[in-house]
Design a protein around this ligand. Sequence first.
Ligand SMILES: NC(=O)c1ccc[n+]([C@@H]2O[C@H](COP(=O)([O-])OP(=O)(O)OC[C@H]3O[C@@H](n4cnc5c(N)ncnc54)[C@H](O)[C@@H]3O)[C@@H](O)[C@H]2O)c1
Length: 253
Amino acid sequence: MILQNRVAIVTGAGSGIGRAGASIMAGEGGHVVVADVDFINADETVREIVDAGGSAEALVLDVTDDKALEAGIAAIARRHGRIDILHNHAGAQVAGDLEQVAVDGFDKSWALNVRAHFMAARLVMPLMTAAGKGVILNTSSSSGVLYDREMIAYTTTKHAVIAMTRQMAGDYAKFGVRVNALCPGWVDTPFNEPFIAQMGGREAIESYIAEKVPLGRWANVSEIAEPILFLVSDRSSYMTGQILVVDGGETVV
Ligand SMILES: NC(=O)c1ccc[n+]([C@@H]2O[C@H](COP(=O)([O-])OP(=O)(O)OC[C@H]3O[C@@H](n4cnc5c(N)ncnc54)[C@H](O)[C@@H]3O)[C@@H](O)[C@H]2O)c1
């Protein structure tokens, strides 16, 4: 098992891609801290992992709350004495072009998609540098490398995640800490429900994806979990500052 004895914090692990990533890490022997604002979702992920024979605990918090994040990470560090992996995954999509987007939605997008990643990384980094190793994975999106129609809050924050990943990777490689970014394309999770509503329903999104994605379909969460496992494990030990796009070919065209 490739993550035996490692402690991983996964934010947004109560659902979708975050849950699949948490499960695959636990399946490889990692102890996973399921950090999510939704208690019921977090608890369900923990139960799924434990029922499958893995090890996990819930950390219920809003990652944009600095004090809660600091206290939560400190408690994990105290309890386990180490944090080997941080997957900054929780994020939100607020629709709208420059003039349509709600200004407070724009600010909230930056707080969750960028600033919370920054804060969590800042809080785990002293433990990682002291250990001389550690892995941070930041979830961006194919929207981090693409123009995305009428999505200025989402694309700007997801582009920023990539810039921040590269910057952290450059600054902390000398301490043995690797930092990479994951850019999923269309993954069928509750995350897309607001966009589906905006598009006018399931049928509209299906034809959009069939046309825009060369593989012609959604990804399922297990197809994103495998690249997550690769990026947080020693299988990617010589990789830092990189952007892994897993999008069915959407960014090729
Ligand atoms: N699903 C996709 O198609 C897709 C594509 C590209 C990128 N992403 C990225 O993946 C991430 C989430 O996607 P998903 O499909 O796993 O979503 P999801 O909706 O299935 O799960 C998101 C989880 O994050 C939690 N969360 C939200 N705000 C939080 C906060 N402030 N503090 C703590 N937890 C919070 C939610 O409670 C939920 O459990 C986002 O960063 C998103 O940009 C998703």
